[in-house]
Design a protein around this ligand. Structure first.
Ligand code: ADP
Ligand code: LRH
Length: 478
């Protein structure tokens, strides 16, 4: 086959999209068919994703995709990590909580009573994030929600289940649960038993490229399609994004930057040293058995939450315009962007001032400049740590995702990291999703390097060179 079209469903924490990918040996065109916001809802029992609204939008997007491309070959689904629904039979007994919901603290405390940080890292290789699935499931267990008939489906697996009736746990996203054995890539049943999780809670694993199932007759009729196959991709959005980072050598690092920024390299094996654990680097499963060795850092959440707060009076803030105004801001105050107080939703400008009192009463462009400088500093330090921990000299840094459109941020990273930054593709996640489907359909062949070479040949990254030695402004705290 020389060319064909597949559809990617990509659900980010900020927005979702359904895109068509037209792929051939020298062709990679991505067309949006449907975009929609992802707006969580707070109810009496906490903060939830609006999963039914997301699924409704997935169906709207797929209907448009089928109408635009009657010869569609397959569908692939990815989303943000860690969150899940609980089912008994077909029935949803718990809709997915948002990872920013405060209930996870109880789970962390309970898991800490059972296992040390060293034991956990040796088992799952993950950075400590209080919302990793194992902590959330522990809360469910304490609340009596889990019995022998309960199944957990991560968000992309849940969407695939609703489309096909097949229950699988795609491996890259399963690795973010904390329940996957970092060495074998299979469910760590002794760990699940230690946490007193029922044996049938975790569905059978699937690998990117595997067939999950065909659309059920009802869904196919609703979409106006045939019984199209749903194919497993790197269903963790970051895993799909890493597939599409146009790295041409092993001395390149990536920053997948949207709501979060994931800063890392690809390795053949996990790195489980004590140094790595103390630096809190994670070993997430990549496509084709690779390891995504990375650190989860604060991303555009800070920017977006400030914009949301400034818009609360009904006015409209134009993000690209505000970033443009931040270019000329001469004042700035650095603060710790990874401070845990910034993780929940709420009044972000006030919380930033608590960490950076010099910003009290500051103009919005100064606040924006301070955020971007502080993010760039955090990323530069993480790149240095990454180089130290892997022993691989990092020459080039690729930034992909929504924040790769933020020219000021890209330049500040280049300046502070003293490295070339190559920005793009913006839609790396959807692109990686499409590439893995295209390979499964026989439109492409080869290794991840071959797939990245196609991205490299068909997209044009913007290069940012380090401009100068950065001097710390007076009063800087970092
Ligand atoms: P996620 O997958 O987490 O939803 P995305 O990769 O889609 O995130 O990135 C979305 C973010 O990218 C937005 O929240 C915004 O901060 C940033 N962004 C989007 N468009 C622009 C733009 N034109 N200029 C600068 N930043 C942008
Ligand atoms: C990025 C992401 C990231 C996880 C976080 C929960 O969208 O999947 O890789 O750490 O969301």
């Amino acid at each position: 086959m020389t060319g064909g079209v597949v559809a990617a469903v990509d659900l980010g924490a900020t927005s979702g999209r359904v895109v068509l990918g037209r792929v051939g040996p020298d062709r990679l065109d991505i067309d949006d068919v449907h975009r929609f916001p992802n707006t969580p809802v707070r109810t009496r029992d906490g903060l939830h994703w609006n999963i039914y609204e997301l699924y409704r939008n997935v169906l709207v997007g797929l209907r448009k995709a089928v109408a635009a491309e009657p010869n569609l070959l397959s569908i692939g689904i990815d989303s943000w990590a860690v969150d899940y629904a609980l089912l008994r039979g077909d029935r949803l007994v718990s809709t997915p909580y948002h990872y920013r919901d405060e209930r996870t603290a109880r789970g962390v405390a309970a898991v800490r009573d059972l296992l040390t940080a060293e034991e956990l890292y040796a088992t799952n290789g993950l950075q400590f994030l209080p919302f990793n699935t194992l902590y959330q499931l522990t809360v469910d267990r304490l609340d009596g929600l889990l019995d022998d008939d309960t199944t957990m489906l991560l968000v992309p697996d849940l969407i695939a289940y609703w489309l096909t009736g097949a229950r699988r746990a795609e491996r890259t996203n399963a690795s973010t649960t904390g329940l996957l054995d970092v060495t074998t890539g299979t469910w760590h049943t002794p760990l699940a038993a230690t946490l007193d999780l029922p044996p049938r809670l975790l569905p059978p694993l699937a690998a990117p490229g595997d067939l999950v199932g065909a659309l059920t007759p009802d869904v196919a009729a609703d979409l106006g399609s045939t019984a199209l196959p749903v194919v497993a991709v790197g269903s963790h959005d970051t895993a799909s994004a890493v597939v599409a980072v146009p790295m041409t050598s092993r001395d390149a690092a990536y920053i997948c930057s949207g709501t979060w920024s994931l800063i890392g390299v690809e390795t053949d094996h996990p790195i489980l040293t004590d140094q790595s654990r103390q630096a809190d680097f994670t070993n997430e499963a990549g496509v084709d058995g690779r390891t995504r060795y990375l650190r989860n850092r604060m991303g555009m959440w800070l920017v977006n939450e400030c914009v949301n707060a400034w818009q609360r009076d009904g006015s409209r803030v134009d993000l690209p315009a505000l970033i443009g105004e931040a270019v000329d801001a001469t004042d700035r105050v650095l603060f710790d962007v990874d401070d845990p107080s910034l993780v929940p939703g709420g009044d972000m400008p006030t919380r930033i001032v608590e960490l950076a009192p010099g910003l009290a009463g500051a103009q919005r462009n100064v606040v924006m400049r301070s955020i971007l400088e502080s993010l760039a500093l955090s990323y530069a330090r993480t790149l240095d740590e990454l180089q130290h921990l892997t022993g691989v000299p990092i020459e080039t840094v690729h930034i992909v995702g929504g924040a790769s459109q933020n020219a000021l941020l890209c330049q500040l990273i280049a300046d502070r990291a003293g490295r070339t930054v190559l920005a793009g593709p913006v839609e790396a996640t959807a692109t990686g999703n499409i590439l893995i489907q295209a390979r499964a359909a026989g439109l492409l062949t080869g290794t991840l390097e071959d797939l990245r070479s196609l991205v490299h040949r068909t997209t044009w990254p913007t290069a940012y060179q380090p401009r100068r030695t950065v001097t710390m402004p007076t009063g800087a705290t970092a």
